[in-house]
Structure formats: C-alpha cells, structure tokens
Design a protein around this ligand. Structure first.
Ligand code: GUN
Length: 285
C-alpha cells in the first residue's frame, strides 16, 4: 500500500504562505503582483486551465488580467499584445497558454516575452539559467514536483531517478532539477529500448509521456516513488494519468493520484513565480 502524495493538501498549505507573502509585499511596496494570461482560440482544456489560474491568482491576492483572443489572431497581433504587456509596469508576469494555433510560431512568441516577466520559465535565457543552477524562475510543473518531494521528505540525493518523457516543459527541466539535488538521473522517451526495464531501476520515477495509463506494474520497482504528470481524458470523460494507478499503487511507496497530485502544484508555482517577478521588479528599478 503506497502513501498517497496529496497535491491538494500541499498546494493549499503553500498557497496560504504565498497569500501571506503577497499581502506583506503589497503592504510594504504598494504594488499588487499581477499576472497577465493570454489565451488564443477555443481549446476547451486550455480554457479550464486559464480559468483555474485566474481563480488561484485572485485567491492569493494576485492581480489577474485575462486576454482572450480569437483562434485566427495573427502572429503579429499576438506579438504586439505581448510587447504592450512587456512595457506595462503594472504587469509582473506574462503567460501565453500553450498550445497555440498552428499558424503561430510558439518559439517566436516565447522569445518575445520579457525574460523578467517569464513566469513559465520557457524563455531561452531562463532555460539557460536552469542549466547553470542560477535561476530566478523554475518551470511550474517540475518545480511543483520538487515541492511535493520536499513536503513528504523524500530524499533525492544518490537516488536513481528515471524521467519518462523529454519535453521542454517537463521532462528536460525535471531531469536538471533532480540532478541539481544529486539524484542519478536517466531520461527516457518513446525510442528508449526496453523502457520498462529502465524504469524498473528507479527509486524515483517521474512519468510525463502523455499516454494514458502507459506505466503499469512491470515498470515499477517495489518501494519506488511514482510521480504522474499526465492528465488525459478517457472516452467516457474520466481523468486519468500516464500511470495505471490501480496496477502500480500496490508496489509503490509513494504515488501521486490524478487528479489531485501534480496538477494543483503547477498553479501554485506560478503564483510563487509571479510574486517573485513583482519583488524583483522593485529592487531592479
Ligand atoms: N499548457 C500546458 N501547460 C502549460 C504551462 O505550464 N504553461 C503554459 N504557458 N501553457 C501550458
């Protein structure tokens, strides 16, 4: 029987602290940390994420600006919106919800965001800082996972960590953060030979491959910590992770459920990053 890693509980506790820190900062500086989120198009999942970010900001005392643009918005229009937010000193964080419609070049958009307002930590300058360990912002999901491991006092040093998935948003930065904490890290992906055998070596297994119920008991060593980043909707509308919870849970020592595991932590990091951006804006003036 695994211990369940309760992302809702950890999130609530961290958000209480963020709310206090925002209040103290606002009282001292007169500045309300503010996040601007741009959503282009009608993707239903993105709409839900953006709505959740908006609610979480307000709950933490963070200002929230939501900009909703039609799916046929041109790249130039989007760039000019970003530029306006870059120039606006009342906006401290900028997040463009991904994925963008196909006709817009995501890389160009990410590069256009002022790196000091890049609360996603997707800008190449911020990605580079993560490589060297001297960063201001960490990407929201991997940083949220580190907070979960810390909350449950799961030791990383010297442990075999296997990351399944190599995306820029989760897999790659996750590997760097585990490495920074002295984990011995293997990054695997769809072309990895005998993936189950490699995964079975892991003391800490992080799964972010985007395939529903992909990881079954044969991928998991007895007593491993299993972190499931996946959010997939089944044909009957149920949310499931990339891990087959029912099959893996009996073998794991700790496991994150879906929903209620990693998911809530992503927005929690975003709130922390927005406060940090606002704080930095005051001492860099
Ligand atoms: N789409 C899915 N996850 C994310 C995220 O963390 N940031 C942004 N900007 N878009 C996303």
């Amino acid at each position: 029987m695994a211990n369940i890693i309760d992302g809702k509980l950890v999130s609530a506790s961290l958000r209480d602290k963020i709310r206090e820190d925002v209040k103290a900062f606002t009282e001292k500086s007169g500045i309300t940390p503010t996040l601007a989120v741009i959503l282009v198009g009608e993707d239903p999942a993105s709409r839900v994420y953006v709505r959740n970010k908006h609610k979480a900001c307000l709950d933490a005392g963070i200002g929230s600006i939501q900009i909703e643009l039609p799916a046929d918005t041109t790249e130039d229009e989007l760039l000019s919106r970003i530029n306006a937010l870059n120039m606006d000193e009342n906006v401290h964080g900028i997040l463009v919800q991904l994925p963008l419609p196909k006709h817009i070049n995501e890389e160009k958009i990410i590069n256009a965001i002022d790196e000091k307002k890049d609360v996603d930590a997707f800008h190449p300058a911020n990605v580079g800082r993560i490589m060297t360990g001297k960063y201001d912002f960490l990407p929201c999901t991997p940083a949220g996972i580190m907070s979960l491991l810390d909350y449950y006092k799961i030791d990383i040093e010297g442990k075999k960590c296997v990351v399944i998935g190599r995306s820029n948003i989760v897999g790659k930065p996750m590997a760097l953060l585990l490495l920074e904490r002295n984990g011995t890290v293997t990054v695997t992906h769809s072309r990895t030979k005998d993936l189950a055998a490699v995964a079975r070596e892991a003391d800490i297994l992080v799964v972010a491959i985007g395939k529903p119920l992909f990881v079954t008991a044969e991928f998991v060593k007895e007593g491993a910590v299993v972190i499931d980043v996946g959010i997939n909707r089944t044909a009957d509308g149920k949310l499931v992770g990339d891990v087959d919870f029912a099959s893996v849970e009996p073998k794991a020592s700790y496991i994150t459920p879906v929903p209620g595991g990693v998911g809530p932590m992503t927005i929690t990091t975003l709130l922390r990053n927005t406060l940090k951006a606002a704080e930095k804006s005051t001492y860099e003036k």
